[in-house]
Design a protein around this ligand. Structure first.
Ligand SMILES: [Zn+2]
Ligand SMILES: [Zn+2]
Length: 334
């Protein structure tokens, strides 16, 4: 998983937009002249006509208004705390009105439609945070459109559907894997009969179990490695987790990173391995970067392997972490 470094300007920009939307939804009014005005002259929401949401219990509206900033820009642990406080209020949502307000009216019909594309390009993250295997750039031209995954799933934490720290740029395939999280969880915990309530509880304490893409320190304590099976003449991808961390291994397992990369073992991994075997000296020359005065090491890697080698740049090109880790290991072995 790749670390997301939130730029304060981006956080501010979307904080204002989402806050205005919420407050106008709660206050109503056709235009800023007779409805809620957030006070920002350049506001994109104020001048638009917005229907007031009228069917949400007052106690819920009060809670959201009182916690509006945390709701939008709270970090993952603040969001968990907020969610637990909300649940304690015991507001009945058996008809799903509150959930629908956040998930459908707010996220799907409004934010996703009008702002998801801008948000993704503002973030300037080019590849999927979970796998670093697919570009998330081709929003206009490709079927593999970038998606925003909700790290705290929408069906379990509907009120976090418009929380900025919950928006994770991801590829379709990883978003799909996350969508099947219940199945993965049952398998991971070796309990096919895990109840809905137990799954919800696991998620409410998930920050003790899994890393969030905004936790800088814990994210990259693993490296990709490989194993060559001589009898089968086959290569497979492995992890090294150092220092050993249950949290890192759970995160990798939940996001199916090993499965994803093993599906590439015969391509990307084999190419690097063969290159090392066949062109031993050249390979070492390339990676040791004997290019003095010709090009920088980063440029050589970009040109030859198509990857970035600085951790903070991994998100710019697919397979950067994977190939870089494997190349480092090949350099030491053979
Ligand atoms: Zn406004
Ligand atoms: Zn992905």
């Amino acid at each position: 998983m790749i670390y997301i470094d939130f730029d304060k300007n981006i956080l501010d920009k979307y904080h204002k937009i989402i806050k205005c939307w919420f407050l106008r939804k709660f206050a109503g009014g056709k235009t800023y002249k007779n409805g809620y005005n957030c006070g920002n002259d350049k506001c994109e929401i104020c001048p638009k006509s917005i229907h007031k949401v009228s069917n949400i219990p007052e106690a819920a509206v009060d809670f959201f208004k009182n916690n509006i900033d945390t709701l939008i820009i709270g970090n993952p642990s603040e969001l968990t705390k907020l969610y637990k406080e909300y649940i304690k209020l015991g507001i009945d949502d058996s008809d799903g009105i509150i959930s629908d307000f956040f998930v459908i009216t707010g996220y799907t019909n409004w934010f996703q439609d009008e702002f998801a594309k801008d948000f993704l390009s503002d973030l300037n993250i080019n590849t999927c945070i979970y796998c670093n295997r697919n570009y998330t750039l081709d929003i206009l031209y490709s079927h593999t459109r970038a998606e925003l995954d909700h790290w705290f799933p929408k069906d379990k934490f509907p009120i976090l559907a418009l929380s900025l720290y919950n928006f994770i740029p991801s590829c379709h395939s990883c978003n799909h894997i996350k969508g099947n999280g219940d199945k993965t969880l049952k398998k991971m915990l070796k309990n096919e009969n895990l109840s809905k309530k137990q799954i919800q509880q696991w998620w409410e304490n998930v920050l003790e179990t899994m890393n969030h893409p905004h936790d800088k320190n814990e994210n990259e304590n693993f490296t990709f490695s490989y194993e060559f099976d001589e009898s089968l003449n086959s290569l497979s991808v492995k992890f090294r987790i150092n220092p050993i961390s249950k949290k890192v291994s759970t995160t990798l397992e939940f996001n199916k990173v090993l499965e994803i990369y093993n599906s590439h073992a015969n391509f990307e991994l084999k190419d690097l391995y063969d290159l090392r075997k066949k062109y031993s000296d050249t390979f070492l020359n390339i990676i040791e970067s004997n290019f003095d005065g010709i090009m920088k090491k980063e440029e050589a890697y970009r040109m030859i392997f198509g990857i970035e080698i600085k951790e903070e740049d991994y998100h710019k090109r697919p397979f950067s972490k994977f190939k870089h880790d494997i190349i480092e290991e090949l350099k030491r072995t053979c």
